[in-house]
Design a protein around this ligand. Structure first.
Ligand code: HEC
Ligand code: HEC
Ligand code: HEC
Ligand code: HEC
Ligand code: HEC
Ligand code: HEC
Ligand code: HEC
Ligand code: HEC
Ligand code: HEC
Length: 363
């Protein structure tokens, strides 16, 4: 910076502070306490310099320019700089500034009369938080998804968490999945402006995201059918997009569907056949459920599945007896459950009755 012929006043101030700092170990800066966002000028005084930057050890630099307008147009327009940068208490401030902790405010019920949305608290239980706690620096904090000074409401198309922008925001880290999703029926429809198709957060949640291996995850094997059903059991959507009907119902009545409901993790759920992200109509030759690809799709689990094996209709309506095997399997399960429950309730009733009689006899 010294090479430049003339430099702004703020640099001069900074320079004098720096000299003061170097010459005196015990130098204490001027205490700052920002009472309202109007006082942000104290910080802006230096940080509105577009050239202000900090060289990092690896030779790269981060820009330290903060446009006061950006914050003023964000949801945090009423905040002071030190509301978020809480460890800055004097000027000049120390060098290693802590990362901003959004949770400080966003886990409370309300701030100065403004009610806080409750949802971010779910982040605590998420796979991302767990990964971060385990030392994975690539896992997202609030600011990775939301930004910092430029945070606007999710309903604003400029927000990185606005519905249409969610796949890109998640995709910045989950690149392969993003590219599969973009090519899928859901992803392509989204790009064409369809608002009925799912983005990442419809299937995964936003703050509560969990590993598919976690039974509490919306994409855990036994929860997948419920997650797809939110839309695919809807007659309105079936009509609107001329989708083949009864896909969910027929799955639920199939061998796979029933066993899945009973907690089997090995039978097929919707995503085992359709895939999770690269979902395509069966007419698309790249679809995992295109006729030509079915032997491979079923073959993941049914060793030696050939065209013949896969030919049996999948989404069949099995209230009719013609689909005999499936019909009996599904009815078998139904009756087995009913009989077991009846026997259990009967047993408990008899047991209670016996105990009751015994007690009365003793008194
Ligand atoms: C006298 C000029 C000056 C003032 C006033 C000033 N800063 Fe800074 N700020 C700097 C400089 C220079 C750096 C780079 C420091 C370094 O290289 O570590 C910086 C860095 C920062 C950083 C980034 C730190 C990091 O390590 O990434 C934050 C955040 C910050 N300032 C916030 C504030 C806030 C909030 C205020 C108001 C309370 C403020 N600054 C006031 C000059 C200033
Ligand atoms: C809503 C909280 C919030 C407020 C208010 C806020 N900041 Fe920040 N600031 C952040 C976050 C988040 C970062 C990104 C780094 C991090 O996560 O700590 C950041 C980063 C910075 C940086 C480092 C450069 C960068 O962009 O990464 C500077 C400098 C800075 N802030 C200055 C300011 C100044 C000056 C103000 C007041 C005008 C201010 N901040 C108000 C949240 C805030
Ligand atoms: C000092 C407390 C404070 C901190 C720290 C803070 N916020 Fe906020 N945040 C608020 C307040 C207050 C509002 C409500 C503003 C309003 O509606 O006037 C808000 C609003 C929001 C909203 C919009 C919510 C809505 O529905 O109105 C989002 C998103 C948000 N903050 C994200 C963040 C993120 C991400 C961080 C960290 C970078 C952060 N906040 C840090 C106080 C804070
Ligand atoms: C993995 C990405 C991700 C992370 C990490 C994340 N969020 Fe969010 N957040 C979202 C998405 C996506 C939405 C939008 C939900 C919607 O459309 O209603 C959202 C919504 C919000 C809202 C409501 C915004 C509004 O305008 O209604 C607040 C407040 C919020 N987040 C705060 C936080 C805080 C605080 C953290 C950290 C504890 C955090 N978020 C972490 C993705 C994330
Ligand atoms: C800043 C990078 C980043 C962003 C943004 C991000 N993630 Fe992640 N995500 C990670 C990392 C890192 C992991 C942990 C991977 C691990 O532990 O194997 C992870 C884990 C996951 C997992 C669990 C994977 C598993 O196999 O257990 C899911 C699901 C997930 N993220 C979905 C999302 C969604 C949906 C979004 C957007 C709302 C998102 N992520 C945004 C980095 C990110
Ligand atoms: C239609 C619902 C749906 C949508 C939309 C969706 N996912 Fe998934 N996702 C799933 C299912 C189901 C699984 C579990 C798949 C499995 O177990 O093989 C999964 C698994 C994952 C995993 C962990 C397993 C892996 O393959 O690494 C990550 C990470 C993930 N999704 C991220 C994303 C991201 C990022 C997006 C948006 C670009 C997204 N998902 C969109 C349903 C969805
Ligand atoms: C948020 C609602 C929603 C969710 C959740 C959802 N879908 Fe979809 N899906 C749609 C819509 C809407 C279409 C029609 C898109 C179009 O044709 O433009 C569609 C299309 C499809 C198609 C192609 C149908 C055809 O013939 O064109 C398949 C296959 C499909 N989805 C499977 C799934 C699976 C499997 C899941 C769960 C892992 C799932 N979907 C979750 C809304 C959803
Ligand atoms: C055992 C594999 C398998 C499972 C499990 C499965 N499907 Fe399918 N699905 C198929 C096949 C094969 C087709 C194409 C032929 C047909 O329609 O029967 C198909 C067709 C569809 C279609 C129409 C798309 C088209 O282009 O033909 C939708 C929508 C659909 N399935 C949704 C679902 C949903 C939702 C679930 C879970 C509730 C599910 N499927 C479970 C194999 C499966
Ligand atoms: C994720 C693994 C998985 C996939 C993919 C899968 N299945 Fe299954 N399926 C099973 C399991 C496990 C059973 C339980 C019986 C067994 O072990 O064979 C089963 C049972 C069945 C049954 C009834 C019992 C029987 O053996 O006759 C039929 C029919 C069936 N599958 C057809 C298919 C077809 C057709 C496909 C491809 C469109 C397919 N499955 C894809 C795991 C899968």
């Amino acid at each position: 910076m010294m090479r430049r012929s003339h430099f702004p006043l703020s640099w001069l101030i900074l320079f004098s502070f720096a000299v003061a700092l170097l010459t005196s170990q015990s130098f204490a800066g001027i205490p700052v306490s920002l009472k309202s966002s109007a006082d942000n000028t104290v910080c802006i005084g230096c940080h509105d310099n577009p050239k202000l930057k900090k060289e990092l050890a690896d030779g790269t630099a981060i820009l330290l320019h903060v446009d006061s307008e950006t914050l003023a147009h964000s949801v945090h327009s009423g905040r002071t700089c030190t509301d978020c940068h809480t460890d800055i208490k004097e000027i000049p401030h120390r060098h290693a500034i802590e990362r901003v902790n959004c949770s400080r405010c966003h886990y409370v019920e309300e701030i100065e009369g403004v009610r806080m949305p409750k949802k971010p608290a779910e982040y605590r239980e998420s796979v991302h938080r767990a990964a971060l706690a385990a030392g994975n620096q690539k896992a997202p904090t609030c600011q990775n998804c939301h930004g910092s000074h430029d945070i606007v409401l999710a309903s604003d198309p400029k927000s990185p968490v606005h519905r249409e922008n969610v796949p890109q925001t998640c995709g910045a880290c989950h690149i392969d999945i993003y590219s599969d999703y973009r090519e899928s029926i859901h992803g392509r429809a989204l790009e064409e402006g369809n608002r009925d198709v799912p983005v990442c957060t419809d299937c995964h949640g936003e703050h509560s995201i969990k590993s598919p291996k976690n039974p509490a995850s919306s994409v855990y094997a036994t929860n997948v059918p419920g997650t797809c059903s939110r839309c695919h059991a809807s007659e309105r959507l079936e009509e609107k997009y001329k989708l083949p009907k009864h896909r969910v119902e027929t799955y639920r009545e199939s061998y796979h569907g029933i066993a899945n409901k009973f907690g089997s993790l090995t039978v097929a759920n919707c995503a085992s056949c359709h895939r999770a992200h690269d979902i395509r109509p069966s007419s698309d030759p790249k679809s995992s459920v295109h006729k030509a690809n079915l032997p491979r799709t079923c073959g993941k689990c049914h060793k030696g599945a050939n065209q013949n094996f896969a030919r049996g209709k999948i989404h069949v309506i099995i209230t009719r007896k013609e689909e005999s095997l499936l019909y009996y399997v599904s009815n078998g399960f139904k009756w087995l459950t009913i009989l077991t429950m009846t026997a259990l309730v009967g047993h408990i009733t008899l047991d209670l009755a016996a105990k009751y009689r015994k007690r009365r006899g003793e008194h």
